[in-house]
Design a protein. Structure first.
Length: 266
């Protein structure tokens, strides 16, 4: 299924929770676009996996959505706003609604697990409370619930720099959920992890997508993980979308088109 052949109800623009990209372009160097006019409707439910070779723009796409990278042109429409046009307080407020899970975890190493989770509430509490680490009891109770949900119930007082990679990523996911986001973006969340831990991390993201109704968009290299956990797969090649559809319809021919040539797995 090509990008222009989205099935009815899959990523429909009529879904008020959908994320709509129109003509999204990014050039780090003038005349050399990394994203080439992306038109895409990402559904307001389930887990969407973005696959493709290195350098094709997957991470840039994710980072444009939450404005860690400034798009060169195009629209990023989410909940009635064009995120590409926001700045200042309006952009900060929009980012509160977008949870981000990073490949490098992005934890504060010297802080405890609980303190890292509560960083997810920094946009919601007065600055003096955050400075004194006086978070509302409800936030603390929710953080403990999330630690239990990601399989780290006894790690609240452990320092982040004492954790394994898989444990750090679990904390990163829990911190993103602490924001009470309307969408979660995950940029290569399994790339530094072993196969077993990678499956566990994808299980956690899939569970939050289904049980809490939070749409998750994952940029991922592992095609089999995408097929196993995604309800929707977007395949990119050369800065363009070349496949957009359900994982069960992703064929070898599509993968050759995405990754280039007969020996795409080598």
């Amino acid at each position: 299924m090509q990008a222009s052949e989205i099935a009815p109800g899959v990523g429909s623009a009529e879904d008020s929770r959908a994320l709509v990209l129109r003509g999204l372009t990014k050039e780090y160097r003038k005349g050399s676009p990394v994203l080439r006019g992306i038109d895409l409707v990402l559904p307001g439910s389930g887990l969407t996996a973005i696959i493709g070779p290195s350098g094709t723009g997957k991470s840039t796409l994710i980072r444009c959505i939450n404005r860690l990278v400034q798009p060169t042109s195009g629209e990023i429409l989410f909940r009635g706003q064009d995120l590409a046009k926001l700045s200042g307080r309006a952009l900060r407020n929009a980012r509160r609604r977008i949870g981000m899970v990073f490949q490098e975890y992005n934890l504060v190493e010297r802080l405890t697990v609980m303190e890292n989770l509560l960083c997810g509430r920094l946009g919601y509490v007065p600055a003096w409370r955050a400075w004194l680490r006086k978070f509302p009891p409800g936030d603390i109770a929710r953080a403990f619930d999330l630690l239990d949900a990601v399989g780290l119930p006894d790690f609240a007082t452990r320092r982040a720099d004492a954790l394994s990679g898989g444990q750090r990523q679990r904390v990163g996911i829990a911190r993103a959920i602490m924001q009470e986001p309307e969408i979660i973006l995950a940029d290569e969340p399994t790339s530094s992890l072993d196969p077993k831990t990678s499956v566990e991390i994808m299980e956690i993201l899939s569970k939050f997508a289904s049980e809490r109704g939070i749409p998750v968009i994952v940029n991922i290299h592992n095609v089999e993980l995408a097929r196993r956990f995604a309800s929707r797969v977007v395949g990119m090649s050369g800065g363009k979308v070349v496949y957009d559809g359900p994982p069960q319809e992703l064929t070898e021919a599509h993968l050759k088109q995405i990754y280039g040539g007969e020996n795409w797995m080598e």
